[in-house]
Design a binder for this molecule. Structure first.
Ligand SMILES: NC(=O)c1ccc[n+]([C@@H]2O[C@H](COP(=O)([O-])OP(=O)(O)OC[C@H]3O[C@@H](n4cnc5c(N)ncnc54)[C@H](OP(=O)(O)O)[C@@H]3O)[C@@H](O)[C@H]2O)c1
Length: 508
């Protein structure tokens, strides 16, 4: 029956959970930080929510002398420590029966033959149907080796009636040239629809809610343009330093690590036009259109800022400066803070600045998008009555404390007509009983279902590098990052950048 003919059935279908069909996941880099803290717990949480098939199988590939049981114990410990949902013995038993370990290094042909045999065996004993996703949770320099090994050993080609997919972690290249080279290598082996590039921000409920907020309501979109919006601030602030990630971070820096992917994706979702549907192709069309309209400031010296944290205080304890951290070159010029003003050259946004900033060792951990509205064109109130009134703002709180805040002016009770800012809040935790799944739960399930909506396509990745590359080149050629004390909100130059425009950064 045509579903349009039966609205009741349609309504029921939307409430049914999306459950993955017969399948398995192979994780390369299974001993790594990401795998332990995010991937293994996400797989357990999916199993616990009943969203994985009964025969789901997990294969770990790493350079360890482990048996299957040792691997299962490692997963067990990671799940006990990091899973979001409660531990249930029966769920664990069923999941752990499908765990296998393949020891080896990436250029070891025998190890890949062993992997092939393991998968064939799982097809028979667990009914995985030959459907496998390969998760490359490894240092990016090994992406090409692993992808070609998968090809060489016949693992990338799906047997008739089954599928093979590759999941690739960020960073996807370190500039436009390297991203193009990597895309070329990956596409020599996998078709475009077999490749899922992770930007875990897109797996967050709050990020998907940007689309719901904008396009499922009538009250926001009429204001969402240059007629009403003064500017937009997109912030991802971390209070931690680089932790144990010195090897990865030094030479990469905050703009490549965060702005090229997460913040430009947030900008695209905030600024794009309504897509014709919530389907990967339609989303790509709109995201790419707006990314193509992004314009760099004419003077990169005035409208971009990079910083590097110096020693300071955080959470009541003294912390080291970036160049004093273990494993960091004491003369490193790597940015741990980056801010920039971008424009969008289209009819909706002409003249509205989008300020992006990210940094480590800032005052608080927070990610938010603040749409700041223009002041009322005329005020009938006395200026002394409105001196504590800021600009209206709509703030999408991506993390932590997910929700939306609207800031507007309200009369102070008991005064003649004093007006001050108040806020109206929506918090996920208060409005919905179910807690939000972790981004990786959503994304792994989407891969197993072949749903590519929440994965950036190669064109977006390349365009994002095209935006960032001139800024990185300018920074390379001009001076060193501005120091800022750990625990503060970044270098003074970033405040000056906004002050010159008559604005200031939010202090979330
Ligand atoms: N950690 C995060 O929060 C995070 C966030 C976003 C993206 N990512 C991305 O996720 C990926 C993994 O990150 P991670 O933090 O988990 O890295 P990691 O802790 O350094 O782990 C890297 C993994 O790769 C393995 N490996 C490295 N060289 C190898 C070789 N020559 N042969 C075989 N295995 C090798 C390591 O095995 P050994 O244990 O044997 O060294 C380990 O399992 C990276 O692409 C990273 O950029 C991570």
């Amino acid at each position: 029956m045509n579903s349009a003919a039966n609205p009741l059935r349609d309504a029921e279908d939307r409430r049914l959970p999306r459950i993955a069909g017969p399948s398995g996941l192979v994780i390369f880099g299974v001993t790594g930080d990401l795998s332990r803290k995010k991937l293994m717990p996400a797989i357990y949480d999916l199993a616990n929510r009943g969203l994985l098939p009964p025969g789901f199988s997990l294969v770990g590939f790493a350079r360890r002398d482990w048996e299957n049981e040792d691997f299962a114990q490692v997963v067990h410990d990671a799940v006990r420590e990091h899973a979001r949902t409660e531990f249930r013995e029966e769920v664990w038993r069923q999941l752990s029966e499908g765990m296998r370990f393949v020891p080896g290094v990436f250029d070891d042909d025998d190890a890949f033959e062993n992997l092939r045999a393991t998968i064939e065996d799982l097809n028979k004993c667990r009914g995985t149907g030959g459907n496998y996703a390969f998760y490359l949770s490894i240092p990016p320099k090994f992406f090409p080796t692993v992808v070609s090994q998968l090809k060489r050993h016949g693992l990338s080609d799906a047997p008739e009636g089954s599928w093979r997919r590759a999941i690739i972690e960020k960073p996807f290249g370190h500039d436009l040239t390297s991203a193009r080279e990597l895309n070329a290598v990956v596409h020599e082996v996998f078709q475009p629809d077999q490749v899922f590039r992770i930007d875990h921000y897109l797996g967050k409920e709050t990020v998907q809610n940007i689309l719901a907020l904008r396009f499922a309501n009538t009250m926001f979109e009429p204001l969402w343009n240059r007629g009403y919006v003064d500017h937009v601030q997109i912030t991802m602030a971390e209070d931690i330093g680089i932790g144990g990630r010195a090897g990865y971070y030094d030479g990469i820096g905050s703009a490549r690590d965060v702005i090229q992917n997460h913040l430009l994706q947030l900008l695209a979702l905030t600024a794009m036009e309504e897509p014709s549907s919530f389907d990967a192709r339609a989303l790509l069309t709109e995201k790419l259109k707006v990314l193509n309209s992004v314009r760099l400031p004419a003077d990169l010296g005035l409208h971009t800022v990079r910083g590097q944290y110096a020693a300071g205080w955080q959470g009541g304890r003294k912390v080291l400066g970036y160049t004093e951290e273990e494993g960091i070159d004491p003369h490193s010029r790597t940015d741990t803070y980056a801010a920039m003003r971008l424009g969008i050259d289209n009819r909706r946004w002409a003249g509205v600045p989008f300020y992006l900033r990210t940094g480590k060792r800032l005052g608080r951990r927070v990610t938010e998008i603040a749409v700041v509205f223009q002041r009322a064109p005329h005020s009938p109130f006395d200026t002394t009555d409105t001196q504590e009134l800021g600009q209206n703002a709509l703030v999408i709180r991506v993390q932590p404390d997910e929700g939306i805040t609207i800031r507007f002016g309200s009369k102070v009770p008991g005064t003649q007509m004093e007006i001050r800012d108040v806020t109206m809040d929506f918090a996920y935790g208060e409005s919905f009983t179910e807690s939000s799944p972790e981004a990786y739960e959503r994304l792994i399930l989407d891969v197993l279902l072949g749903d590519a909506n929440l994965f950036p396509r190669p064109q977006e990745v390349e365009r994002s590098w095209e935006i960032l590359d001139p800024i990185e080149e300018y920074w390379d050629a001009h001076g060193t990052p501005e120091p800022y004390a750990a625990g503060t909100w970044g270098p003074a130059a970033a405040d000056e950048m906004l002050a010159r425009d008559g604005r200031s950064w939010r202090r979330p």
